[in-house]
Design a protein around this ligand. Structure first.
Ligand code: GBH
Length: 449
């Protein structure tokens, strides 16, 4: 257990928790929801390690009141959830399905009644299957469909959602979903997946316009970042690190912040049209940063199809996912963002951070997770240090409120502050929940500096 008292955070620092629709909601056939690429993918044999699907997940669709109670008990200021596009537009286009929007309408009102800011992500990877059948994000038209969906959603919720997030981790959706075939839709295009980057960014820019027309709330995107560590000291190693940095950290940020695509790779893939970069650079109010771990990079082996090699990062403890626990990477990353984007960098919210461990009830009704407490303690100290470095960080959202359906890993990776028994749907707060509750309470009580 951490012993040093946590330093104070600024008054108004936004303490939050994050989830996403397909990972928690279940109720896939309810109230007119259409199918998404993740329904298709999870139901394809061999795609998910434990053969599970998100058909039921945490059954949050039916248990949201209990889950909002858990958030209120934790004392969070904000809840980041995602809206399932196939609930709002079952076919991916055309009129809204009012019953789908009703669910989020109730959720938003329940949150506001508990003084919790609703933070809504419009796309957390669950594209309506009919749009995938028309080419998905490889098809430029999907960007326009996304803006239409943003418009319909904001028409209903724009008066109450406190922060909009257009896309979640477009890098992961491009690379794991379309480059490597590990996530839905399961395409293996390697670098031919670049149109997916451009069309997501274009959809983001168009959606920013649609949201502005319907809502005065701030607008953000949630990108995942990984600070790059050199695993060698030759020029070839440095070139490899730069190539990885461009692909992972700059591809989805340089164009957003008005700098066009990074040089090096042919990132524009021949699909960029006149005017697109101006749409993509529509000003955002907040940059959402999802941070999990740094990446060690060195020059590729002869004949490698990639311009870099990723190697294990030594010297850190590891989570059940085998990801290194490196809070110093978060401070480095925030410094890198500030130094790289300077005056173009909007305020930051850490829209995800967290860890998976094999948490289980101990027989006395408790779920001890000391590693998660250590993880959060370290990463919150890193945020505090970044604030002292002069980086404008406004909040931290823990991934995740609940153990949930972890994509290709199914139910085998538990990220929650709250344990979920997936047979009974019983929720049990872990020891990290109590730890964070006390930390938030102390922080929210502290007088403004
Ligand atoms: C997020 O993605 C998602 O937004 C969320 O839905 C998901 O449940 C959560 O995180 C947990 O996975 O190469 O071994 O060093 C996280 C994206 C991409 C972060 C892979 C860690 C590499 C680890 N992740 N990345 S490693």
């Amino acid at each position: 257990m951490p012993t040093e008292p946590m330093p104070d955070f600024p008054a108004g620092f936004r303490w939050g928790v994050s989830t996403s629709a397909y990972q928690i909601e279940g109720a896939v056939g309810v109230d007119g929801r259409g199918s998404s690429i993740w329904d298709t993918f999870a139901h394809s044999p061999g795609r998910i390690v434990d053969g599970s699907t998100g058909d039921v997940a945490c059954d949050h669709y039916h248990r949201h009141a209990e889950d909002v109670d858990l958030m209120a008990g934790l004392g969070v200021c904000a809840y980041r959830f995602s809206i399932a596009w196939p609930r709002v537009q079952p076919g991916g286009t055309g009129a809204a399905n009012p019953a789908g929007l009703d669910f989020y309408d109730r959720l938003v009102d329940d949150l506001l009644a508990r003084d919790i800011d609703p933070v809504a992500t419009l796309f957390h990877w669950d594209l309506p299957q009919p749009l995938e059948d028309a080419g998905g994000w490889l098809n430029r038209d999907t960007a326009h469909r996304f803006a239409e969906y943003a418009d319909l959603t904001a028409a209903r919720l724009g008066d109450r959602v406190k922060l909009w997030i257009t896309l979640n981790e477009p890098f992961v959706h491009m690379s794991l979903g379309h480059g490597m075939g590990v996530h839905a839709p399961g395409r293996m295009l390697l670098f031919d997946a670049f149109p997916v980057a451009h069309h997501q960014l274009l959809g983001h820019g168009l959606a920013v316009g649609a949201l502005r027309a319907r809502s005065t709330s701030p607008v953000a995107i949630a990108n995942n970042y990984s600070p790059v560590r050199l695993a060698g000291d030759t020029d070839a190693d440095r070139a490899a690190a730069a190539a990885y940095e461009a692909l992972h950290n700059r591809l989805f940020t340089d164009p957003l912040l008005g700098r066009g695509y990074p040089a090096g790779q042919d990132f524009d893939a021949g699909v960029v049209r006149d005017g697109d970069l101006a749409v993509i650079a529509a000003p955002i109010d907040v940059l959402g940063v999802n941070y999990y771990n740094p990446t060690a990079v060195r020059a590729p082996e002869e004949g490698s199809p990639l311009p870099f090699d990723l190697v294990p990062l030594d010297g850190y403890p590891r989570t059940a996912f085998d990801w290194p626990v490196a809070p110093d990477g978060l401070r480095d990353l925030l410094g890198w963002l500030r130094d790289t984007y300077r005056d173009d960098l909007p305020p930051i919210e850490i829209t995800e951070g967290g860890c998976a461990y094999d948490d289980a009830p101990d027989g006395t009704g408790r779920v001890p997770d000391p590693e998660r407490i250590a993880y959060l303690d370290g990463h919150l100290r890193a945020v505090r240090a970044a604030l002292d470095d002069g980086v404008d960080v406004r909040g931290y959202f823990v991934w995740s409120l609940l153990d949930n359906w972890e994509w290709a890993e199914g139910f085998t990776k538990r990220f929650g502050l709250v344990h979920v028994d997936f047979d009974t749907q019983v929720r049990t707060p872990k020891s990290s929940y109590a730890w964070l509750r006390d930390l938030i309470a102390a922080s929210r009580r502290a007088p403004a500096a």
